[in-house]
Design a protein around this ligand. Structure first.
Ligand SMILES: *Cc1c(COP(=O)(O)O)cnc(C)c1O
Length: 492
């Protein structure tokens, strides 16, 4: 009912009515005890918790309303570059919801969790095969956590060779994802930036000037965040290895290479993957994620423990690795996320995964070919799974990329990633993924063409967008300076 205008979503606390409940408990079948008799006094509450008092239907409607305000890959096109918002098949959820998996406890004896250990072991092997690495750990909980783990492995490798005083620098290209320099700094390395050249590759001449005996490693995304494949990757690998450094591959978005090429064959020593991007485990909303890390044989001794091993008969947890960096996450990582990726890989098979890469690249190139009529293109090259266009032509009419991104929301499309990578002015980074149809992409092209026309003829429409969403353009400065984040209690 909308007796007072547009449907407003209240906080669930504001829907609370004293005494209303949404549950009923069975009769007590044990003797009743006063809490004060069993708990020490200092642990007792002094006042009741302020929980919302609502019925079941209140709860269901509240959260259904909230979910309807969200945009997800299940509700519409989501071309968010560098994030790979592909459709996540529901059968993966069904498999991860099986009682035999959800009912497990991480402290169960190994003999009773052989199936789960087998999933971990086999997934590690599949990922090693796909990436051309010798071993994988599933412990890291996200991409950035995988980066930190990988850098800790690189550090342990140099320390073991008595070179930790010397090997203090990690080289990162200026097109890199922001987590790369952040992870390197967090791991105690000095970050050295290397520029890109006019084709969008690492500038090899500039790389040669920053590489030295202090180089611990290079972090590279390939295809890079411009959606371009590093044309000189083998030469880059030689330059870094000749200086005694290691190559780290940011494989968060591996959609373009599955079954086609492998970081291990390009010369990389350490790789992280995002199962919650490339391998169809859902993401957004803050997780949970999974950022497995793969290594070449030289780095296996430093991998986190426990490692899941198989002796031909039983699977077991192996802690006997004295040079290990230790644990980076409880137990074996986010197991149910890994399980969804396992189910996905088993369904796709090797030919299916190769088709993923082929279609992801085809779809991105189709969009790129069509959109370059309306937008500036900073690099005139064939793209991989994503590409970057610039809103510089529209900026001449006083329209920012942010305005165009907001306008897309009016059409039920999630905006692309904007203002990243940092080296492209007014950047829009678009990744359609392989799961979208030509019809969906054609609709998107029509919408983008209309937005480009509006930028010329009616820029106000863009500056005021979104116009047909429950929440209009927000005052972002005020939201950052005076955030209102906390329920202040009843009557506040
Ligand atoms: C998403 C992403 C990351 C970080 O992954 P999280 O799971 O969000 O920590 C790192 N690098 C690239 C290129 C990415 O796209």
């Amino acid at each position: 009912m909308r007796i007072d205008g547009p449907r407003e979503v209240k906080l669930i606390f504001e829907e609370s009515v004293p005494g209303r409940t949404g549950f009923s408990l069975p009769p007590l079948d044990v003797p009743a005890v006063e809490v004060a008799e069993v708990l020490p006094e200092d642990l007792l509450r002094t006042r009741k918790p302020e929980l919302p008092e609502v019925s079941e239907v209140d709860v269901v409607r509240h959260f259904t309303r909230l979910s309807e305000r969200n945009h997800g890959v299940d509700s519409g096109f989501y071309p968010l570059g560098s994030c790979t918002m592909k459709y996540n098949p529901k059968i993966n959820e069904d498999i991860a919801a099986l009682d035999g998996f959800t009912g497990l406890h991480p402290y169960q004896p190994e003999g009773t969790v052989q199936g789960a250990l087998r999933v971990i072991y086999e997934l590690q092997n599949y990922l090693s095969e796909l990436m051309g690495m010798d071993a994988f750990t599933l412990q890291p909980a996200a991409g950035a956590h995988g980066e930190l783990t990988g850098l800790m492995l690189i550090k342990a490798y140099h320390r073991d060779r008595g070179q930790s005083d010397q090997k203090q620098e990690i080289i990162v290209p200026d097109s890199a994802h922001g987590t790369n320099p952040a992870s390197a700094a967090m791991c105690g390395f000095k970050v050295v930036e290397v520029p890109s050249d006019e084709r969008g590759n690492v500038d090899v001449a500039a790389l040669k000037t920053v590489v030295s005996e202090r180089t611990a490693g290079l972090m590279l995304t390939n295809p890079n965040t411009l959606g371009l494949f590093e044309e000189n990757i083998l030469e880059i690998a030689d330059i870094i290895h000749a200086a005694g450094g290691l190559l780290y591959y940011d494989g968060a978005n591996a959609n373009a290479i599955l079954g086609i090429t492998r970081p291990g064959d390009m010369g990389f020593d350490v790789v992280h993957l995002n199962l919650h991007k490339t391998f169809a485990a859902p993401h957004g909303g803050g997780g949970p994620g999974s950022g497995p890390v793969g290594v070449k044989a030289d780095l296996i001794p430093y991998l986190p423990v426990p490692r899941v091993q198989y002796d031909g008969e039983v699977y077991h947890l192996d802690y006997d690795h004295p040079k290990s960096i230790g644990k980076v996450k409880g137990y074996c990582g986010n197991f149910l996320v890994a399980l969804k990726a396992y189910a996905y890989i088993r369904q796709m098979g090797s030919s299916g995964l190769r088709a993923v890469a082929e279609n992801a690249v085809l779809n991105a190139n189709y969009l790129l070919a069509k959109l370059q009529d309306y937008f500036d293109l900073p690099y005139r090259r064939r793209c991989m799974h994503e590409f970057v266009i610039s809103g510089s032509r529209q900026k001449a009419h006083g329209v920012k990329t942010l305005d165009m991104a907001k306008r897309l929301l009016d059409f039920g499309v999630h905006a692309p990633t904007i203002y990243f990578p940092l080296i492209v002015e007014e950047a829009l980074m678009i990744e359609p993924t392989e799961t979208e149809s030509k019809e969906t992409m054609d609709q998107f092209i029509t919408i983008m063409a209309q937005i480009a026309r509006e930028a010329q003829e009616n820029p106000e429409v863009l500056k005021q967008a979104p116009r047909n969403l429950p929440v209009r353009r927000l005052d972002e400065a005020a939201a950052a300076r005076h955030p209102n984040l906390k329920w202040q209690g009843r009557g506040a």
